[in-house]
Design a protein around this ligand. Structure first.
Ligand code: GTR
Length: 433
């Protein structure tokens, strides 16, 4: 076919899509940033089960927690397959941290190819682990996914460049593949010296290794390991992409349990933004994460959906139809009909400590909604005699508050910065991790 003909057809296809696609035909509510326009809403109490009765003892908590996780799985993130996959680990590198300032022999760099295999299919995830060079004993480890590949998290030229899908809008990405120019492009989010200098290890992997972040009908990434378990019209409750990233974090926990000097009893999961939503869901599902950190996770993360402030359910489902399962779409511009909300996600982590970090200029993520989720999750912690989060109004900026549910409002933009990490480290110490 002639080039001009192809272009003409592509143009008509675009016009047809814009005119007739369901999105173009339906208008969604514009975002609200006015606190006085937040609707009145009722939240289900976190100790209340499906029969409307509240549990009253820690012994009843496992059943209640299961209920919370099930409602969030079926209505929002999607159910992940329970069948195990084979997780194998190959060490591909072991050396000292080499940065622009020279080699730092106090920091050990290890890289692993983690292979997940099932029924003749496999997915490779590159795991990068930084740890104190000569720990007297095992060390606690923060685990978090990154957005741009492991090579973006540090300027160390020895870090392998991801070969999986990358977002074309990010620097140093050509044809959705990372190039050398992407090295170190997000190193401010991973203050390796500070974390390792505090006596912890920090491990990271590229989220695109687990599942590429675009709508492909739930087929690629680790979805491909379970082709018979796809989210579809017939099975609208099955896993979306956030659930695959969270499931991937659990597989990386499987890997970390096998790594020397990493204390498997002190694994902590951390994530920013969509990966903060992911960290919370991973923590809710997998009790091996002894501490959970949500940074600026917003809608579908820590923020209460029923407040209808900033990003809405309809907005997130429209921009990212692959993040959640199909059932979640029923709540587009209908938050008042939701029989659940995000405080139950925080509560599902109880009694393990959870830290919620907001940023003062990040209105899209609704900092007050993030705080209130923590507040309304508190009864689950109080059941265990622990303090949750008493505050219902935002604290002053750059002050950490709370008990087993920690919170701060960092001054500034939507981002993950050294200030945030300092609070996560202090929170981990405070809780004996
Ligand atoms: C935004 C999205 C947010 C948040 C953010 C991010 O576009 O609306 O929910 O997840 O992306 O991950 O950076």
């Amino acid at each position: 076919m002639e080039r001009s003909m192809i272009l003409q057809r592509a143009l008509w296809a675009t016009v047809f899509f814009l005119v007739f696609s369901p999105d173009a035909m339906s208008q969604i509510r514009p975002p609200n940033y006015d606190e006085s326009l937040v609707p009145k809403f009722d939240l289900p109490h976190v100790l209340e089960g499906p029969d409307g009765k509240r549990i009253a003892s820690p012994e009843a908590w496992p059943g209640q927690r299961e209920y919370l996780v099930t409602i969030l799985a079926t209505q929002e993130y999607g159910i992940a397959p329970r069948e195990p996959v084979d997780v194998t680990l190959e060490k591909i590198d072991d050396g000292d941290y080499a940065s622009g300032d020279g080699v730092d022999q106090s920091i050990r760099r290890r890289q692993y190819a983690v292979t997940l295999a099932r029924n003749g299919r496999s997915v490779r995830i590159d795991l990068l682990v930084w740890s104190p060079r000569a720990p007297a004993k095992q060390v606690g480890c923060f685990l978090g996914l990154n957005f741009r590949g492991n090579q973006s998290t540090s300027d160390d030229p020895n870090v392998r460049i991801t070969t999986s899908w990358c977002d074309a809008r990010h620097p140093g990405v050509v044809n959705n593949r990372a190039t050398e120019a992407s090295r170190g492009s997000q190193e401010e989010r991973w203050p390796i010296r500070e974390i390792v200098g505090s006596g912890y290890a920090v491990a990271t992997a590229h989220y695109g290794d687990i599942d590429p972040d675009y709508d492909d009908g739930f087929e690629n990434g680790v979805h491909a390991l379970f082709p018979e378990f796809r989210c579809s019209i017939e099975h609208p409750d099955r896993w979306g992409t956030i659930a695959t990233w969270a499931w991937g974090l659990s597989r990386l926990a499987d890997a970390l349990e096998q790594i020397e000097h990493i204390d498997a009893a002190r694994l902590m999961v951390v994530g920013h933004s969509r990966l903060g939503k992911t960290a919370l869901w991973a923590g809710a599902n997998d009790a091996r994460f002894k501490l959970v950190v949500s940074n600026n996770s917003g809608c579908g993360g820590a923020a209460l959906s029923k407040r209808c402030y900033g990003e809405s359910v309809a907005a997130i489902n429209r921009s990212f139809p692959h993040w959640f399962n199909r059932n979640f779409r029923a709540y587009n511009d209908a938050e008042e009909t939701m029989p659940f909300d995000q405080h139950q996600l925080i509560a599902a982590i109880a009694p393990r400590p959870v830290y919620i970090a907001s940023a003062s200029l990040d209105r899209w993520a609704d900092p007050r909604g993030e705080l209130l989720s923590g507040h309304h999750a508190s009864p689950a912690y109080e059941l265990f005699g622990k303090e949750g989060l008493a505050a219902t109004s935002l604290p002053e900026v750059n002050r950490s508050i709370g008990g087993s549910i920690g919170y701060h409002l960092r001054e500034g933009e939507h981002d993950l910065l050294s200030y945030d990490w300092q609070q996560f480290i202090a929170f981990a110490r405070k809780h004996g991790l």
